[in-house]
Design a protein. Structure first.
Length: 183
């Protein structure tokens, strides 16, 4: 059961209404995560600005979804596991790839370096090594992309935590329970 009320986009007022209306226009629907975040319009605005800026970065959408799936499963976030499974399918990721991503891997060699690194950042709380960064470079990732990978980890941890604290009602097709991966 969700721990706090969602803000109804129809009855919202002020900045919360403007932000939720913007989400609805962009996505065609307002996912429950944003309705929960709208309890703090400043928080919702911050999350939207951060995710919007990262979407304009140099990492492709499929890699961003791979990272999101890995981090959702590090944190055991069922909401993000379901949401990013649906988004990964829209980006034509196969079931085997999605399953690998949930485990912090990829069936694609280059993407595997990014997902493995992202998972390690999350699991070790950013205690990575020179060899970890070198593995990204060897896979062809630039320094800018390496920064973006770390920022995508942070953005996903943020939404995972919101969803886990408030037990956001999942409004995407259920993708099974996220696995809390802590090793």
């Amino acid at each position: 059961m969700q721990r706090i009320a969602s803000v109804d986009p129809v009855t919202a007022t002020g900045n919360a209404k403007d932000l939720l209306d913007g989400v609805g226009k962009k996505l065609g629907v307002v996912p429950n995560l944003y309705k929960v975040l709208a309890q703090s319009p400043a928080g919702l605005e911050g999350v939207l600005a951060f995710s919007g800026a990262l979407a304009r970065g140099t990492l492709d959408a499929a890699t961003r979804e791979r990272i999101a799936l890995a981090i959702a499963n590090v944190n055991g976030c069922d909401y993000c596991n379901a949401a990013h499974t649906a988004l990964a399918k829209r980006h034509k990721l196969e079931e085997a790839e999605i399953a690998a991503n949930r485990e912090g891997r990829s069936t694609d060699a280059r993407a595997d370096a990014a997902v493995t690194f992202a998972r390690k950042v999350a699991v070790t709380r950013a205690d990575v090594t020179e060899a970890d960064v070198a593995a990204l470079r060897a896979a062809g990732y630039t320094d800018a992309q390496t920064v973006e990978i770390v920022l995508h980890v942070a953005a996903n941890v943020l939404t995972n935590y919101v969803n886990e604290v408030f037990k956001t009602e999942v409004d995407f097709p259920h993708a099974g329970l996220a696995k809390r991966i802590a090793d």
